[in-house]
Design a protein around this ligand. Structure first.
Ligand code: FAD
Length: 403
């Protein structure tokens, strides 16, 4: 089959989360027809806030949604790190004009629902995107000349390629990579989103603040034009094992974990919703996530710990890079391999770096003292200098962006 006739069928996308919908939009903007199949009844994100550093906005620019996102973003004036036990802020990085000039975009804060809603709206405006909800893909077959997927209701769909954006618990990864369950370091997280008016003035700030403690962390930042406030907290539980069934906990149990926290953290913890928990998972990088006409994208390919706020950013980057490569012509197989080769080391570096940041946040004893001392001595641009490889540079297939 020649490359032009193989494109007579759309590219199939499993999963209508941020990764799948961004991929659909990126492909359509480059003239490629796509069909997204999502298991949920609607294309909708639940959950809370998400930090979108400048590299996310480079992807939004290529997706044509910068303005739409800017309308619902909040912008912090600083990124800060505090010691949860003493209540001392030990590091402050300004998000100022110099930051924006350096990286091209500010550091933004968005509600997940707002991001997905805007990406879905842009997809609905394209004739090249078909969106099917309420269909769970149960299997796929790469015949060599096309891909056929089947769903739990007995439907089947055909495509010239298959991009699996089916998230952390990816069914497709189990077939393609077969590396077992995701890993966990044993952290259980709860969140809260509250109207800004409910936050006592002395506890409100326009910052992203991460409070680190021994086996603990707590973070807060404003969202949606500073109208709402996002909080999240996690604690280490040695009994946690990898798996999709997250524990049910009581408020007492949760608050007990933070009994040594400073008054500021304790006051904000009152607003955490313990009715839903997340066990934080990640994987170690692997190189082989494309095979023939099938590839993985976003959390299905490289799920990361959350500590440098990059999981969704990576999915957005994957989407625009893959669309760029696919639009170059050539076979789907070659395009998927090239995409994997380009994305592998950048996403691996993010996965490794994120876990190191997590260790810093959760440090105990001498490590904690050393962390506080070194951070207190670090200059205001130290964080941006450390992450310049990540937030800076151009987003294109010619720039792998991991150095
Ligand atoms: C607490 C927390 C905080 C985070 N904070 C940030 C942050 O600040 N910044 C950031 O960039 N990232 C952050 N992340 C990471 C980010 O949420 C994920 O990396 C991102 O959502 C991954 O998107 P995805 O589309 O790959 O997967 P998902 O969002 O998981 O989407 C997968 C989709 O596939 C669908 N699906 C699954 N299986 C099937 C199937 N068989 N058939 C059909 N559909 C299927 C699912 O229903 C879902 O809609 C955070 C994560 C957590 C847990």
């Amino acid at each position: 089959m020649t490359p032009s006739s193989e494109r007579d069928l759309p590219i199939l996308i499993i999963g209508g989360g941020i990764g799948g919908i961004a991929t659909a939009l990126a492909m359509a903007r480059r003239g490629q027809a796509v069909h997204v199949i999502e298991q949920a009844a609607e294309f909708r994100e639940i959950g809370a806030g998400i930090q979108m550093p400048p590299n996310a906005f480079k992807a939004f620019a290529l997706l044509g949604v910068v303005e739409a996102m800017q309308k619902v973003a909040a912008y912090p004036d600083h990124l800060m790190f505090g010691d949860m036990l003493t209540g001392d802020i030990v590091y402050r990085a300004p998000i100022d004009e110099a930051f924006i000039e350096r990286f091209g975009y500010p550091y933004a804060l968005l509600h997940r629902g707002d991001i997905l809603e805007r990406l879905v709206a842009a997809c609905r405006g394209s004739e090249l995107v078909t969106l099917t909800a309420g269909e769970r893909v149960t299997r796929f077959d790469d015949t060599g000349s096309k891909v056929v997927v089947e769903t739990a209701t007995g439907k089947s769909f055909e495509g010239c390629g298959l991009i699996c954006c089916d998230g952390l618990w990816s069914m497709a990864r189990a077939e393609l990579v077969d590396d077992g369950l995701p890993r966990t370091d044993g952290y259980v997280l709860c969140r809260g989103v509250i109207p800004v008016d409910d936050v006592p003035e002395e506890h409100y700030s326009k910052t992203v603040t991460m409070w680190g403690g021994p086996g603990l962390d707590f973070f807060h930042y404003p969202l949606r034009r500073h109208e709402i406030f996002n909080i999240g907290a996690s604690y280490y539980d040695p009994n946690i094992r990898p798996g999709p069934n997250y524990p049910t906990i009581t408020r007492d149990h949760f608050l007990k974990q933070f009994s040594a926290a400073c008054p500021h953290v304790k006051a904000l913890l009152e607003h955490i919703d313990v009715s839903r928990t997340w066990v934080l998972h990640h994987r170690l990088p692997v190189k082989e996530w494309s095979s023939g006409r099938v590839t993985l994208l976003g959390d299905a390919a490289h799920p990361t710990s959350i500590y440098i706020s990059q999981g969704a950013c990576m999915a957005l980057e994957d989407a625009v890079i893959l669309a760029e490569i696919v639009s170059d012509g050539g076979s789907i197989e070659d395009a998927f391999k090239r995409y994997r080769d380009i994305r592998y080391l950048r996403t691996a570096r993010i996965q490794f770096t994120s876990r190191e940041f997590g260790k810093l946040y959760h440090a105990r004893g001498a490590q904690r003292d050393l962390r506080n001392s070194l951070l207190a001595a670090a200059g205001p641009s130290a964080l941006a200098d450390t992450l310049a490889w990540l937030w800076g540079g151009s987003l294109s297939a010619d720039n792998p962006g991991y150095m």
